[in-house]
Every structure is written in C-alpha cells, then in structure tokens.
Write a protein that binds this ligand. Structure first.
Ligand code: ZN
Length: 454
C-alpha cells in the first residue's frame, strides 16, 4: 500500500474542519463586555483549549492577560533537536455591525456560492482551523517534524495589548525559531502571498495657541491671529499639492519591489468616488507599503452647530504618521515634531505631545523559513509563485515578538483575502483557500524541519 499524498489527507479532513469552524463561529466571542457577555469568549477559549488537548498538546493553559481576556497556549513536543515553530491565531472577532445587512446570521456558518459565511470565519477562527488541519495532516503522514507552540489570542480585535504585555512578562513562553502568524491573507484568492513588511506608526497631538481668549470676529477679525487658521496652514504644510506627505527631512521616494497593487483594484477596494483622484506619486504599492503617510485623524475646534462669530484662541489636532520599513519610528517622530514646531505661521505657539509609537517590520525573505514557505506555497498552489506583499498598518504583537526574539523569522499568512470582507458585514472564508493554505502550512513545517537538519 502506498501512502496517500498529504494533499489528499487534507481534503479528507475538510468536512470535519467545516463542522469545527461552525462550532467555533457560533461563539459570539467579541472581546467587548459592554456588547457581548464575557462567557462567549470564555467558551470559545475552552473550545480552543479542548481542541489542542485532543491533538496531544501539553501544558495547555488559559492565560489571564492583563487586559482581562484569555489567550490559549499549548505545546506539542517534536523529535529531539527539531526546531520550534510558534503558530498564532486569535479567537476573538469583530462585532457583527449591522446584523440586518447580513444575508445569513453572523454567528451561524452558512455555505453560499462556494464560500462559508460567518463572523470570524476568515479572521481568525479559520486561521486556528488552518493550524489544526496542517498538524493533523502531518500526524497522519508520518508525524509532526517540529516542536509546535500554539498561541490563540482573545482580544486581538480590541487592540488592548493583553497578549503583548503577557509575552513581555513571560519572555520564555513564546520563544521559537520561527513564528507563523495566521492572521493576514493572500493578495487575491489563488495567489499565495506572505505579508513581509508592516508600516510602523507614530501618533502626535499638536496644540496651537495665539490669543489669551476667543475674540469677536467683527471687532478683531482681520488682524487678530486666528489659531484655527494657523492650524489649517500648519497641517497643510504636511502635504504637497499632489497629496504627497511632506515632512522636512523624511524620505518619501522609496520604492516597493514586491507584488504590485493595480490602481483600478485599489480604487475599488478603497471605494474611491468616481472622478476623485488618488494622492501621492509612484505606484500604489510604493505609496501604501514603502512610503510614509501622514493623516490628520482629529481636530478640536468649534463644531458647526452652535458656532459663534469668533476668532479662535487655540486649536488642537491629532496626527498619525505611518512609518515604512527602513525608517526608524523614533527618528520619524523627531522629524515630524520639528516640522510642526517650525511651520506654524505668525509665531503661533506650538506644543507637540507624543501619544503613541510603533516600529515598522520587515521580514528577511532570504531566510530558511521564507525559502521553506515559498517551496510549500508553490506546491500547494500549482503554477503560482509565492508573492510578498506589504501591509500599510501595524500588528503590535509582531513588534513584540520581533523585539523578544530577534533571531526568529516571522511569517504572516492567512485566510483574509479581499473577498473575505473581514471586519465588514457578510465576512466569509473560501474553503479552497483553507485547504490550500493548510497544505502549504503542513509542507512548510516539513520543509523547514528538513532545512534545519541539513
Ligand atoms: Zn485578525
């Protein structure tokens, strides 16, 4: 009898995977006690812990993280001397938003037109099922060739940082040779993609004062230095005419050398209105993955309703700056601060306060882990080569793990391709993607173990 290929094993495991994903999606595990009972998250965590125990994981534990949620941990020892791979997913989900806009109940996995609909089906309960499928297939096909740690977070969507703080306080717990974060997605269905870079961010609050108090705009307007007008000029100095971010001393001409993002696709994904142009220069990928981007995310000024004819004495704004890989977030913060201090008109008084900062991330795509993943993805997606994309946003846990384990390679893969509509209504997962990515992950673990033996 010849052993059947591992791809067939995974195919045979798909009905069970669907049944399990249905059970997992049924938990209304939104980590926001104001909206959903905490018992839903607790039940989902218990389900994950039971699933790990059933796969012979040891030391399975529900970790109480400082934000009041629970992450689930387990360890599956591999052969002596084998490397350790950490697999990440999260069981908490976004709220369903407008339930009436869902075509089927958000917490009931429903098949429609070849996709499985339900909140968390792709982001990221499907990611946990993907890890289970990969491990089960390996077990059925000669065994898991690496030691595996699994961590399934309980509050990723809330951004409360519980697992980050816990990991920092227990630096040994998640130590691994390679980390697979199963929470991103292919650029499109059928195109195997690893997210290889993330932009960092710095967040500043700028307060601008010009007068001791507000003045009558008839009596004083025209000569009195208007703080709101000064703020508008100051914020305008952060952009060129074409919308390119312009912060003194900050490079804005870096280029993206991976997968390209066609402009028409971007317009559609971003829902840009007809006749309205994009901002910036270079390719779309340059602009969103390789260059800095400033966004004014809030302005304190009098609201329109109840506005009085006054010259404003002060104004305040909050500014986010996305920092691309290759730039240092601390340096970018300094440059943005200096720019804001230098560009206020009329000698207006400016105070800048930093309210947040995270470094960008760039994986080493020539590492053994990336080579192993590229081979695995090409086998799981016949005829396709693995692509590398960037992500404009940040994943704070990625920075935490990168800082704790600088030697470990981090790979970001997952089920959240564009059609999955994660965070929106009618989220879904493609079962073919689940099958192919589970196969890719299984083959990756095997290739990676071999590369370490060689
Ligand atoms: Zn997610």
């Amino acid at each position: 009898m010849t052993a059947r290929p591992i791809s067939e094993t995974i195919a045979s495991l798909m009905p069970r995977a669907k049944a399990e994903l249905s059970e997992l999606v049924a938990f209304q595990s939104v980590a926001d006690p104001a909206q959903f009972p905490k018992s839903e998250c607790e039940a989902a965590a218990d389900w994950v812990a039971d699933a790990l125990r059933a796969e012979d994981f040891q030391d399975v534990a529900l970790l109480d993280t400082p934000d009041g949620t629970r992450s689930v941990y387990g360890f599956l020892p591999g052969p002596a001397g084998a490397p350790t791979v950490l697999l990440y997913a999260h069981y908490d989900v976004q709220p369903p938003l407008d339930e009436s806009a869902w075509l089927s109940p958000p917490f009931e996995l429903t098949e429609r037109d070849g996709r499985w609909y339900g909140r968390g089906s792709a982001d990221c309960k499907g990611g946990f099922i993907m890890h289970l499928l990969a491990l089960r297939a390996l077990k059925a096909d000669g065994g898991v060739p690496v030691s595996v740690k699994v961590i399934v977070e309980g509050s990723e969507e809330q951004g409360t940082g519980g697992l980050e703080r816990y990991a920092e306080a227990h630096p040994e717990l998640l130590a691994a040779d390679t980390i697979v974060i199963g929470d991103t997605g292919n650029f499109r269905v059928g195109l195997p993609t690893v997210t290889a870079t993330l932009r960092g961010m710095t967040m500043l609050r700028v307060t601008l004062d010009t007068l001791e108090g507000n003045l009558h705009s008839g009596q004083f307007g025209g000569a009195a230095p208007d703080a709101l007008a000064a703020m508008i000029q100051l914020l305008a100095s952060l952009r060129a005419e074409d919308g390119t971010t312009t912060v003194d001393g900050l490079a804005t001409d870096t280029e993206w050398d991976g997968l390209q993002y066609p402009e028409a696709d971007f317009r559609k994904d971003a829902k840009v209105l007809d006749g309205v142009g994009l901002i910036g220069t270079g390719t779309v990928a340059d602009r969103i993955w390789a260059r800095p981007a400033v966004t004014v995310i809030g302005i304190d000024c009098p609201p329109v309703v109840g506005a009085t004819p006054s010259v404003q004495a002060s104004a305040r704004a909050q500014i986010s700056l996305r920092v691309p890989p290759g730039q240092d977030a601390v340096e970018a913060t300094g440059l943005l601060t200096a720019h804001l201090e230098a560009h206020a008109p009329w000698g207006a008084r400016v105070a800048v306060e930093q309210v947040g900062q995270g470094q960008p991330f760039r994986a080493d795509t020539s590492s053994p882990a990336y080579t192993s993943m590229a081979q695995a993805m090409e086998a799981a997606y016949p005829g396709e080569k693995m692509q590398t994309s960037g992500m404009g946003g940040s994943i704070p846990l990625c920075n935490t793990l990168d800082a704790l384990y600088p030697e470990a390679e981090i790979l970001l893969i997952g089920l959240s391709e564009p059609e999955a509509q994660i965070h929106a209504v009618n989220e879904s997962v493609s079962p073919e993607e689940l099958e192919r990515l589970s196969l890719a992950e299984a083959l990756f673990l095997r290739n990676y173990a071999e590369s370490k033996r060689a």
